[in-house]
Design a protein around this ligand. Structure first.
Ligand code: 13P
Ligand code: SF4
Length: 345
């Protein structure tokens, strides 16, 4: 179906916090009560109700990244996960409309995998410092400089950049994707820190792109981790591999957002510090009340552009459709699909 085939909604949902909405939304508040103050709930509850109702009517799903705020993560998501899990779910979903609750490159990846579906982003301006660090032309220049060397591209990139790549990877499978190519050398773009963290663990020579890093994870320092350990006895520290290598070296474990969640759920540490974007700790703390979370708070300004009211606008007006040039999308598809087919989780 095209957007013009959908019913135009003229009757707007009631966004008042009535006693009836309060009662109906109680089970949702139960899930987030440890991380959302009671005083804020009347603002969220009517949106939660309206979004969940309209999703059914529109046959839409919300694919929600682990960095979304708790009212999105726990109350309107049909599926939550890291970049890899979200791409796989986007490839699998039967829904007609995908609302990608995350940043723009994530919505583009869903569209690359579902060219015939409607993919919406709550905010077109939700970018990413990694995706913005490199262009398709930069990749063509790198390929000229290193002829014959395959290009492994982190999914945090635009469709243009993916279209120039041999294969994509995520932070959860990067090392294994690099090694799956069976070559001695790869170009790895655009995250220099992720590249350096992989280079420490593999014999494959990694050529990295010096201009790319995550503006959130680059702020962490080894001293932050050392100080936290000194002030909290028995503290476990887990870090995202977008952090600089000297930060990862101080951590007990490093992995994608999904791997970090698995680690906490399985190990059930008494105290943990998640060295990553703030909302992760809130989302996981709500599900692990027995663990004390020490929260170093670096916020991703792009992820935080996604709100319940913008998700509701997507459902009401089917606005902010993600469109990708067909030829670029086809070439980008090869790189993303090659990663998915390897089925390296
Ligand atoms: P994950 O793939 O680990 O979810 O990471 C995505 C991201 O943007 C981290 O900053
Ligand atoms: Fe990009 Fe970093 Fe934000 Fe993730 S946390 S979306 S890598 S800027």
């Amino acid at each position: 179906m095209k957007i013009s085939d959908y019913r135009v909604i003229t009757e707007l949902p009631n966004l008042d916090y009535t006693p009836q909405i309060a009662k109906e939304m109680e089970p949702y508040y139960e899930k987030v009560k440890t991380v959302i103050p009671k005083i804020e709930w009347p603002y969220h509850a009517p949106y939660v109700k309206a979004i969940n109702k309209l999703k059914k009517e529109r046959n839409a799903v919300c694919l929600v990244h682990n960095y979304m705020t708790p009212e999105i993560y726990h109350c309107v998501a049909d599926f939550v996960g890291d970049s890899l899990a979200l791409s796989k779910e986007a490839a699998r979903t039967d829904a007609d409309i995908i609302i990608q609750c995350g940043v723009h490159f994530m919505a583009e990846t869903s569209k690359i995998l579902n060219p015939d579906k409607i993919v919406l982003t709550p905010d077109m301006e939700a970018g990413c410092s990694l995706a913005e660090s490199i262009t398709g032309q930069d990749v063509r220049n790198l390929k000229k400089k290193y002829p014959g060397v395959p290009v492994v591209t982190y999914v945090n990139t635009s469709a243009d950049v993916k279209a120039e790549s041999d294969i994509c990877c995520t932070s959860g499978n990067a090392k294994r994707i690099v090694e799956s190519l069976g070559v001695g050398k790869v170009i790895f773009i655009p995250d220099k820190y992720l590249a350096q963290n992989i280079a420490k663990e593999t014999d494959v020579e990694i050529i990295w792109w010096d201009n790319g890093c995550c503006e959130v994870h680059e702020l962490f320092t080894p001293e932050d981790l050392i100080e936290a350990r000194e002030s909290e006895e028995n503290l476990k520290i887990i870090a995202h591999p977008e952090c600089p290598p000297n930060v990862v070296a101080e951590a007990d474990f490093s992995g994608s957002t999904a791997r970090m969640i698995e680690w906490v759920t399985e190990k059930k540490p008494e105290k943990v510090m998640m060295v990553t974007e703030c909302s992760m700790s809130d989302n996981i703390a709500a599900e692990n009340p027995e663990t004390k979370f020490i929260r170093p708070c670096n916020m991703c300004p792009h992820m935080k552009k996604i709100t319940l009211s913008k998700i509701l606008n997507n459902l009401l007006y089917l606005n902010n459709e993600v469109i990708i040039d067909a030829e670029i999308s086809k070439r980008a598809y090869s790189a993303v699909d090659r990663m998915i087919k390897l089925d390296i989780s």
